[in-house]
Design a protein around this ligand. Structure first.
Ligand code: NDP
Length: 400
């Protein structure tokens, strides 16, 4: 039993708050805080209607360490669960160190003025967390998150040596809008418009944005075109899977989505630097975010499934083996359960499970950890229990 402070009242924060409230034996007290308190209050009202539980709400600017410290001192949580934006990661880690509490997030730090994400900034906190006897768990969403745990499970149970991993991410759902992103538009567009990157034969290789693609037949969804991207979990997995020869990440996009994105890029609407407009500075991508549908509101008429998983090849008992470990998640089922679409759901459920692992000391360590460094078994069990059941299939062919 313990107290959790959730920061961020967006699409993912909504799922985390509901799922924590559904596990009262673990999360005895919940406070949801964000920049806009009214969003926390709306989520709290729905949590009350769905689960009968009261959760506290608060206003905080998570970029202001002193404000977060004062909230932590008031709330006295055991763990801070960060589902605000990646820009806040370091400020929130600082606040945890100052107050002596554990930390968890779902996305690695990004500086606001540079579309670049990597773990170096957060790994640099390892000794400070270790010396303070605290634990920070990085990337406890689906990808990163569950995909890292799938790899750890494969390494523990299915392979003696893993040679290649292809992480494949498909949203086969339809929200009926001409163009919308499924999580924070600013973070999402920054991620997919940067150069592709993959790991092979001991080094990283770069590709032009969205230039490498192929068709993959996703269980439950069918054949979809998927595009090679850089994604953060590859950085830690390459470090933690001994002898890995190749690691790639693929995400599906429809032609309509790519056409919208190309036009927005061509006219400068995805720029992250400020431009002067009528005597004041405007950052085009932040203005675009204000125009696009809020990802948290897409759920109501969303239909179809997501399919995210890992195609893993390697050797078991001297024989070559290839498996696909994956989950299908149904947008409409998520809406019914917690008024969310499946992309928020597949992120929020693993965030809650990661917090549960830490608060029950099932996962314990001192320092900064990525998901694959911890025992996958209890986490995999909880995925089945809390709404994200997984399958392992012998997979007929290699990803080209
Ligand atoms: P949203 O934009 O819907 O929500 C973000 C929330 O954070 C908003 O409520 C926002 O407040 C709040 N926030 C932003 N800045 C601050 C601040 N300075 N202080 C306090 N609160 C702040 O995003 P999502 O819910 O879609 O995504 C949340 C996180 O999950 C992101 O980091 C995203 O990258 C990550 N993610 C991870 C995935 C994974 O699989 N690992 C997949 C999808 C998302 P306000 O309402 O006032 O704007």
């Amino acid at each position: 039993m313990g107290r959790v402070l959730i920061i961020g009242a967006g699409g993912v924060g909504n799922v985390v708050a509901h799922k924590c409230a559904m596990a009262p034996q673990i999360f005895e007290h919940i406070c949801l805080a964000s920049r806009t308190k009214s969003k926390c209050d709306a989520i709290a009202a729905d949590v009350k209607a769905v689960t009968g539980r009261d959760i506290e709400t608060a206003q905080v600017d998570a970029d202001n360490v002193a404000e977060t410290v004062s909230l932590i001192k008031h709330q006295k949580p055991d763990l801070l669960l960060n589902v605000a934006l990646p820009y806040q990661d370091l400020h929130l880690m600082d606040a945890c160190l100052e107050t002596g509490i554990d930390y968890l997030d779902t996305a690695n730090y990004e500086p606001i003025d540079e579309a670049k994400f990597e773990y170096s900034w957060q790994w640099a906190y390892h000794d400070r967390f270790k010396d303070a006897g605290l634990m920070a768990l990085l990337g406890s969403g689906f990808d990163p998150g569950v995909t890292n745990v799938y790899c750890a499970y494969a390494a523990k149970h299915l392979f003696d040596a893993i040679h290649t991993v292809d992480i494949v991410d498909c949203n086969g759902g339809d929200h009926g809008k001409a163009f919308a992103t499924n999580f924070n538009p600013e973070i999402n567009i920054r991620e997919i418009t940067q150069r592709g990157r993959y790991f092979e034969d001991g080094q990283w290789h770069e590709t032009d944005p969205l230039s490498v693609h192929q068709t993959f037949d996703f269980p439950g969804v069918g054949p979809r075109e998927m595009y090679l991207l850089f994604h953060e979990e590859m950085e830690s997995l390459v470090k933690h899977i001994p002898g890995i020869q190749r690691m790639r990440f693929w995400m599906t996009f429809g032609q309509e989505y790519l056409t919208h994105l190309r036009v927005l890029q061509n006219v400068g609407m995805t720029r992250i630097d400020p431009v002067m407009y009528e005597g004041r500075e405007v950052v085009p991508i932040q203005f675009l975010k204000a125009l696009l549908p809020d990802p948290g509101t897409l759920g109501e008429n969303y239909e179809g499934l997501t399919c995210i998983g890992c195609v893993i090849e390697g050797v078991k008992n001297g024989e070559h083996r290839r498996v696909f470990i994956y989950n299908n998640c149904d947008h409409a089922v998520c809406w019914k359960e917690v008024k969310a679409q499946a992309v928020s759901y597949t992120t929020g459920v693993p965030a809650m499970i990661g917090a549960k692992m830490m608060m029950t000391n099932t996962w314990r360590g001192e320092g900064v950890f990525n998901m694959e460094q911890l025992d996958p078994d209890p986490f995999m069990e909880d995925l089945n229990e809390h709404g994200l059941p997984w399958q392992v299939l012998d997979w007929p062919e290699s990803v080209k």
